[in-house]
Design a protein around this ligand. Structure first.
Ligand SMILES: [Zn+2]
Length: 172
């Protein structure tokens, strides 16, 4: 029997190599990847565990716009380690005026927390975590701590993410 132990690399063909290289440089840099391989029509970033590559589409490929429903790439998910990382990615996307398809929030069930976005060709990407929701008790403890520290004069409660309440729709 053969067992997969990880994803070594993924390669996406892109319509405008320079445009996508800049997009992925920023995105993957934020996600802890470093540019490791660079060629005139291909680039590969590594985080030490997996590689993410882009490759310039050929002449024929560039004529046709990407459409998610077509045969081929559907979407790719980066697994993150916490909900706050998903939130941070959502904020990064907003700040960099990247296309957010669905904001950070719970999808499918309360263990699934994700943000969905698109690359310059419209290819769908996702940052997600699948873990039980952080315990409410831990949150209360944090709040009380903050309150005790500041007595009653400063309300420094962490902003509860409204995204939690925003979208519970199924996301395909
Ligand atoms: Zn997904």
């Amino acid at each position: 029997m053969a067992r997969v132990v990880g994803i070594d690399h993924l390669v996406l063909s892109v319509g405008d190599f320079a445009r996508s290289k800049e997009f992925y440089r920023r995105l993957l840099g934020f996600l802890g990847f470093k540019l490791k391989y660079e060629y005139p029509d291909m680039a590969g970033w590594s985080n030490g565990r997996t590689l993410f590559w882009i490759s310039a589409a050929d002449k024929k490929g560039r004529k046709r716009k990407y459409r998610k429903g077509d045969i081929g790439f559907h979407h790719y998910a980066f697994e993150l380690s916490s909900r706050s990382d998903v939130d941070a990615l959502g904020a990064f996307l907003e700040k960099n005026t990247m296309t957010v398809l669905d904001p950070p929030g719970e999808y499918y069930d309360d263990k699934y927390y994700a943000v969905y976005f698109a690359d310059p060709d419209g290819m769908k990407l996702e940052g997600m975590v699948y873990k039980p929701r952080p315990k409410a008790r831990a949150r209360v403890r944090r709040r009380n701590k903050g309150r005790g520290h500041n007595h009653c004069c400063r309300r420094s409660l962490p902003a509860v993410h409204t995204a939690l309440a925003i979208s519970r729709s199924l996301n395909f």
